[in-house]
Design a protein around this ligand. Structure first.
Ligand SMILES: Nc1ncnc2c1ncn2[C@@H]1O[C@H](COP(=O)(O)OP(=O)(O)OP(=O)(O)O)[C@@H](O)[C@H]1O
Ligand SMILES: [Mg+2]
Length: 337
């Protein structure tokens, strides 16, 4: 029987003229070892977190990355940012192959690729003053010192909508939205080309979300920034993205320009995802047929003692017999619990 997800997938890299492309990911694979044992830890399997992913982000544009929890979005982002080594494949940034570069070789690239995280509070050291936190990139890359650093930090604070006089305050003295602005200011400090936003507004109130999204849009316009924007909320992704990639079990199920994907999704998982999104208009909401995906199979594991392996095999047989969107065999593996 043909695999419905595989046949619907449009995972090919979108065509972009070489000079217009800031990021290109080619057949990226990231496996994490599963270790077991007592004193001597042995590798007994692999988590296939990212499995043969290719994508492209044109300069000055936003690629929205959506997908269910555990589908590999953050892992992909960390591979692109060079924070973790990749198992295979390539990451091309601004025409340079930055795959698995050494620390020293990666240093100049780090200035150009920054990240903003979901929980601004846990990514800010509570015992350090905000001025020092935002000034860290200047200190690490030795680009400004003393009074000049303070001036630049206060300029950044103003640019992201914070009061520069709050330079000496601690993160706890700011609201959630303000803390995310601190994260944005820190990411912006070295004038990066690419900002990877990993669920940057998921923890915020809806009204605050809109303010932070508008700030990111303003900054993109002013500084020509390119964003890889990860989110669960399809409306947020639609609002910010030029193109969208839908991740499913470590792979890109469907990718392309935003409007066609929202208007006529081709991948069964995208269809299910869109059917679950809340609609503001009650008539649209009533007309919408919600697709409930059956429980997903456990991921294939190479762990010999993984009780889930046999269960997975049984479920795969059942899935293969049904025509459900989850009938595609899993590429990825969860560590045994
Ligand atoms: N350091 C690690 N070691 C082992 N497994 C990992 C590691 N980091 C991530 N994984 C596994 O890789 C898979 C993908 O995780 P990832 O965090 O990338 O998902 P995600 O799509 O970002 O999920 P979420 O939407 O919940 O943030 C998961 O099964 C996760 O358990
Ligand atoms: Mg994540």
């Amino acid at each position: 029987m043909s695999d419905p997800l595989a046949s619907a997938g449009t995972a090919s890299t979108p065509a972009v003229a070489a000079g217009d492309e800031l990021v290109r990911v080619e057949n990226l694979v990231k496996h994490f070892p599963v270790r077991a044992g007592g004193l001597v830890r042995r590798t007994v399997g692999q988590v296939h977190a990212v499995d043969d992913v290719s994508l492209s982000i044109p300069r000055g544009q936003t690629l929205g990355l959506v997908g269910e929890t555990g589908s590999g979005k953050s892992t992909l982002a960390r591979c692109v940012a060079g924070l973790i080594p990749v198992t295979s494949g390539r990451v091309i940034f601004d025409g340079r192959d930055i795959t698995n570069l050494s620390r020293g070789a990666m240093r100049p690239i780090r200035r150009e690729v920054q990240m903003i995280f979901q929980d601004p509070y846990s990514s800010l050291n509570p015992r350090r003053r905000v001025g020092a936190i935002i000034g860290d990139p200047f200190a690490i890359h030795k680009t400004a010192t003393g009074g000049e650093r303070k001036r630049q930090v206060q300029e950044l604070m103003e640019r992201v909508g914070l009061n520069p006089e709050h330079f000496n305050r601690f993160p706890a003295e700011f609201s959630g939205g303000q803390r995310q602005r601190i994260g944005v200011a820190r990411a912006l400090a070295l004038r990066p080309k690419l900002i990877i936003c990993d669920e940057p507004v998921s923890a915020l109130d809806v009204s605050i979300q809109a303010q932070v999204l508008n700030l990111l849009a303003d900054l993109q316009r002013d500084y020509g920034l390119t964003y890889l924007f990860i989110a669960h909320d399809l409306e947020v992704v639609r609002h910010v993205s030029d193109s969208v990639a839908v991740m499913y079990l470590g792979r890109i199920g469907e990718s392309g320009p935003r409007d066609p994907i929202y208007a006529s999704p081709r991948h069964p998982y995208t269809v299910a995802l869109l059917s679950a999104a809340p609609a503001a208009d009650p008539d649209t909401a009533a007309a919408r047929q919600r697709i409930i995906l059956p429980a997903t199979c456990p991921r294939r594991s190479t762990h010999p003692q993984d009780a889930g392996s046999t269960r997975a095999a049984r479920k795969r047989k059942r899935c293969a017999a049904s025509k459900s969107p989850s009938s595609r065999p899993r590429q990825a593996t969860r560590p045994p619990t």
